[in-house]
Structures are given as structure tokens and as C-alpha cells.
Design a protein around this ligand. Structure first.
Ligand SMILES: Nc1ncnc2c1ncn2[C@@H]1O[C@H](COP(=O)(O)OP(=O)(O)OP(=O)(O)O)[C@@H](O)[C@H]1O
Ligand SMILES: [Mg+2]
Length: 298
């Protein structure tokens, strides 16, 4: 007798569910079992990450200045008022919140912003004050910092010219398990975060080629703004990217998501580390981490 269609659909769904690590299992099994809470600040604070990575000899974007509190906001502004391009970040935010990608300077005290529009020094002062007050860190006081603005590698710039794509590599015990490229769009304000309107592309770890793309949870094969094809794109400097992820994973967080960018001249730099890399990457890849994890731990 033929098996009813609903039964095979149901079985497929159950199988998929088992494959995609559920949020509970992710937290309990992967994070808490492999990552000691004590070391979370390495990933939860981008300035700590910069320091730790630099000590390991892993390249990071150059730091231009930090405001540890309101009293340091003016000092930080003095430090950047002559800069053409820079990025302002909260030390403790995630999902692209509070990031401002600035440059070039069109007149004294006025800059263009990635994603469109301009920004004045007074607006930047307000933004930095908001960061320090904790507007992007669950109302806990934070530090604001400014770093060099990284220009995208031509392969990434061809996908979308305005902003910087980044590569998220998940490692467990220093073994790369899964990778995705995030690409900015016209709507994402120069950042590539999926929550801000970026596109997620799954990458085959072995070859460094993109194999799937999704935008707002739906599969796509072309960039919605530029029309550039998104599948089969060979990632620049792929071996170096993987090597950088391995080197970054020497930090004492066995389960780690490392965000890497490839700049105009092919340098690979680490933007930040994530101790609780989201389920996003599994959705983008259309598969669960579960089987990879079992292989590494076997
Ligand atoms: N120095 C920089 N120069 C240019 N663009 C940058 C720079 N730093 C970050 N960006 C842009 O901002 C995005 C987010 O950066 P970052 O990973 O530091 O923030 P986040 O809020 O922790 O994001 P998430 O938690 O989603 O990883 C990057 O994908 C990139 O597009
Ligand atoms: Mg990040």
C-alpha cells in the first residue's frame, strides 16, 4: 500500500526538526557545555575582544578612540573630527544596533553616512552620548568607540557597493563547522546584519563558494538592489579567512562565531566574536549544526 503523502511530509518535518538544533539544545548543549560563563566578556564586549585578539596576533580594525563615559565624549569627538571615514560602535551591542558607518567628510563637521543621508558633528555627539547612556546595551552604561572604516573587497563590493559584507564562521574546538556571508542592501544602512535588512549566503566550507542565499527568510538568487548573482560566488582569500577563524578560536570559547571581513587589499580582519552565535546561520544554510557537532565531538 502507498504511504499517505501527509505521513512522509510529517516524517520529513520531524527529521528536519531533529537536524536543526533547537534553541534549547543550542543553549544547553553547545554553549553552556562548551563555553565557560567566565569567558563570555571576551565575546560580549567588542573592546575586550579587540584586546584579546590583538594579543593573539589576529588582525582587527584599528581603534581610533574610546569614550568610557560622558566626560570623554568631547575628547572622542576631537579625535575624529579630522577623519574622513570611521565607524562608531557600542562596545556591548549586537545585531548591528547603534552602529554608525560614516564617511566621507563633505564639509567641516558634516559627513555622508553609508546607506544614505548625512550626519553632523552635533548628531554624532548625541549618538555617542546615547551609546554611553546604554541606549543599545539594555540600558546598562556602555563605552562608545570609533574604529577605522573598512572598505570591502571588490568581490563583495560587486554584490553591493554601499557597506561591508562580513563572514560568520562557527567553530567548535577550533574546527570550522559552518559559514555564511552577510551582504548589505540598500535598506540596511551600510551594515550587513540580517536584522537590519542584510542578505545571508551559505558558504561551502571546503570550496569557499556560496551555495544558497536568503533574504528576509526567503530564498533568492540575485541581490534585490544590484541584481548581482549570489550563488556560486567564490569567496576571496578563503583559505586565509578559515585560518583567521581558527586563530581567533584560540580564545577560551570552544563554541564560537567569528565575524571576519576581507578588505579592499585582501587583508582579513576580525570584527568581533560571538559566544552565542544565533540560529540564523542554520536557517541560511538550510541545515542544522547537530550532525557537524557530533562529528567533531566523536
Ligand atoms: N570597521 C568597520 N568598517 C565598515 N563596516 C563595519 C565595520 N565594523 C562593522 N561594520 C559593519 O557592521 C556590521 C556589524 O558589525 P559587528 O559584527 O561589529 O556588529 P554586531 O552588532 O555585533 O552584529 P552581530 O551581533 O549581528 O554580529 C558588519 O557586518 C559590517 O557590515
Ligand atoms: Mg557581528
Amino acid at each position: 500500500m502507498r504511504r499517505p503523502q501527509w505521513l512522509s511530509q510529517w516524517r520529513r518535518m520531524l527529521h528536519r526538526r531533529k537536524e536543526v538544533v533547537g534553541i534549547n539544545e543550542r543553549n544547553v548543549e553547545l554553549i553552556y557545555r562548551h563555553n565557560d560563563r567566565r569567558h563570555f566578556p571576551i565575546a560580549d564586549d567588542k573592546l575586550v575582544a579587540k584586546q584579546v585578539l590583538s594579543e593573539l596576533g589576529v588582525p582587527v580594525p584599528r581603534l581610533l578612540g574610546v569614550a568610557h563615559g560622558l566626560h570623554e565624549v568631547n575628547g572622542l569627538l576631537e579625535r575624529i573630527e579630522d577623519e574622513e571615514h570611521f565607524v562608531i560602535k557600542p562596545a556591548q551591542s549586537s545585531g548591528g544596533q547603534g552602529l554608525m558607518v560614516v564617511g566621507e567628510q563633505v564639509e567641516r563637521g558634516v559627513w555622508l553616512k553609508a546607506g544614505g543621508g548625512d550626519v553632523t558633528l552635533a548628531e554624532i555627539r548625541q549618538h555617542v552620548a546615547n551609546i554611553v547612556f546604554g541606549a543599545f546595551s539594555k540600558d546598562r552604561p556602555d563605552r562608545a568607540y570609533v574604529e577605522e572604516r573598512i572598505r570591502a573587497h571588490p568581490v563583495h563590493a560587486r554584490l553591493w557597493h554601499d557597506g561591508l559584507s562580513d563572514l560568520r564562521i562557527i567553530t567548535l574546538n577550533q574546527v570550522p563547522l559552518m559559514a555564511m556571508l552577510r551582504v548589505p542592501t540598500a535598506a540596511s544602512g551600510g551594515v550587513a546584519n540580517l536584522h537590519q535588512g542584510g542578505i545571508g549566503l551559505a558558504i561551502d566550507i571546503e570550496s569557499g563558494r556560496t551555495i544558497r542565499a536568503s533574504f528576509r527568510g526567503r530564498p533568492i538568487d540575485r541581490h534585490p538592489d544590484s541584481g548581482a548573482p549570489l550563488i556560486g560566488v567564490q569567496q576571496p582569500e578563503w583559505e586565509r579567512v578559515i585560518d583567521t577563524a581558527r586563530r581567533a578560536s584560540q580564545v577560551p570559547l570552544a563554541y564560537l562565531g567569528t565575524d571576519i571581513v576581507v578588505d579592499q587589499s585582501g587583508r582579513t580582519l576580525v570584527l568581533e566574536l560571538n559566544a552565542r552565535p544565533g540560529l540564523e546561520i542554520q536557517n541560511v544554510n538550510g541545515r542544522g549544526l547537530g550532525t557537524y557537532v557530533e562529528e567533531v565531538l566523536r
